[in-house]
Design a protein around this ligand. Structure first.
Ligand SMILES: [Zn+2]
Length: 427
């Protein structure tokens, strides 16, 4: 039997409210950096909680700061109270929903197919819990409600607009979580130390030759054969130039050249998506790819233009913060609710921008609503269905991460005096 825990009971009592909010957001999805209805819903939910609210300037974000009830006790020396950050993304995808659910999207061509509606509801739940238990906070909490995760890098904009410093001093750690609609029964948290999610980039190559008659290729400079050689050489490069235990994915998904069979075209175009799982490979790959493309073209007397468009960096969990988050989930919900991940996932995530600035941990929360999660439609599918039964536990874990991270921070700053006097015990 689990020990009594007031926070857990309070989280459970929020479940119906969080389901109502999540389903309302699900019916009214918004895409991109500007989510006016979603922003209004979050502001309504947060009103009356005693938070310092700052709406975004270049995007419809919400930054909310909760001042801890007894920050002075954390540091009698008068240093500013420490702060931690909790983040939820709020945007939907340009997909028409095909789930047939009662609370399905009412907006054609927009769907919360990645579960960001659950993230938003869980973070609202955490704000309500922590506001009610602010005496447990040995510092401040920054709530980061972020638009534009699905390709707009809303996280970087919020960092530019000061979210990491919203409480005054820079946050000392940051936490977030992502639901998934497939793979395992609902309610399991999982993560890993180090790289958790891939970096993402796009490669665009234009091979420039000289077109001509297809029967006399020696009088032309054929970009099609050069492009074909680049496509296969990219795969050779991946296996010969990179450590097999620190993998790289280069997939050419688009290739375009010519208009008819008896003509050599002037140009050929190749577009590829690129994923890496370490900051070192993320830094190294553009140079390797560019050299390969330019020199293969040059070897045949042609030229190439290479555009390497960086997307999101690798999402890297701080090893010590991972251990902390694992312990929090295990102590609050039970050790059987946390599953260490053997390998990263190859999707990308702009919370990586936050974890590039401050240490922290990103968690994955299983939220499949299917009888057989192994075959359930995956995130981003128009048929993806998420179990909102996980909402109160998600809110609880957010809240416990903040409380315990601040308590730990205070204990480290004044180890002699803090034991027993630092707020944070809610149990
Ligand atoms: Zn997502």
């Amino acid at each position: 039997m689990k020990p009594p825990n007031r926070l857990r009971d309070d989280a459970a009592a929020l479940q119906d409210d969080l389901v109502r909010l999540r389903r309302d957001l699900h019916r009214h999805p918004e895409i991109g950096l500007h989510l006016p209805r979603t922003q209004r819903a979050v502001l309504d939910e947060l009103s009356g909680l005693g938070l310092e609210i700052t709406p975004g300037r270049s995007l419809s974000s919400v930054t909310a700061v909760l001042r801890g009830g007894r920050p002075g006790e954390a540091d009698p020396g008068g240093e500013p109270a420490p702060a931690v950050l909790l983040r939820a993304d709020m945007d939907a995808l340009p997909i028409t929903e095909l789930t047939g659910l009662d609370h399905a999207s009412q907006v054609d061509g927009a769907m919360h197919a990645c579960g960001h509606d659950l993230h938003t509801a869980m973070l609202v739940g955490a704000a309500r819990l922590l506001s009610a238990h602010r005496d447990a906070l040995a510092g401040d909490v920054v709530f980061m409600f972020q638009p534009g995760e699905e390709g707009w890098n809303g996280a970087a904009r919020m960092i530019e607009e000061g979210v990491l410093d919203a409480a005054g001093p820079r946050v000392s750690s940051a936490y977030g979580m992502h639901v998934r609609s497939y793979g395992a029964p609902a309610g399991l948290f999982r993560s890993r130390p180090g790289p958790l999610m891939a970096s993402m980039a796009e490669l665009r190559v234009t091979v420039r030759g000289v077109g001509g008659h297809a029967s006399m290729p020696h009088l032309s400079r054929d970009p099609v054969t050069v492009a074909a050689e680049i496509v296969t050489s990219l795969q050779t490069m991946v296996t010969r130039r990179f450590d097999v235990f620190d993998p790289v994915v280069v997939t050419v998904g688009f290739i375009n050249a010519g208009t008819t069979s008896n003509t050599i075209p002037d140009t050929a175009t190749i577009n590829a998506t690129v994923r890496t799982f370490s900051p070192a490979n993320q830094t190294r790959l553009p140079g390797e790819v560019t050299r390969l493309c330019l020199h293969i073209a040059e070897a045949y007397g042609l030229t190439a233009e290479v555009d390497y468009i960086e997307g999101y960096p690798v999402t890297v969990n701080d090893e010590e913060q991972y251990e902390f988050a694992r312990t929090v989930v295990s102590e609050v919900l039970g050790a059987d609710r946390f599953v260490p991940m053997a390998s990263p996932v190859s999707a990308a995530e702009d919370f990586s921008e936050v974890l590039g600035e401050v240490p922290g941990c990103y968690l994955i929360l299983d939220a499949s609503a299917a009888d057989d999660p192994a075959t359930a439609p995956i995130n981003h599918s128009p048929r993806a269905v998420f179990d909102d039964g996980v909402l109160s536990d998600g809110a609880l874990v957010h809240a416990e991460l903040a409380i315990r991270a601040l308590r730990r921070h205070a204990e480290r700053r004044s180890p002699a005096t803090s034991r027993g006097s630092v707020p944070g015990e809610v149990a």
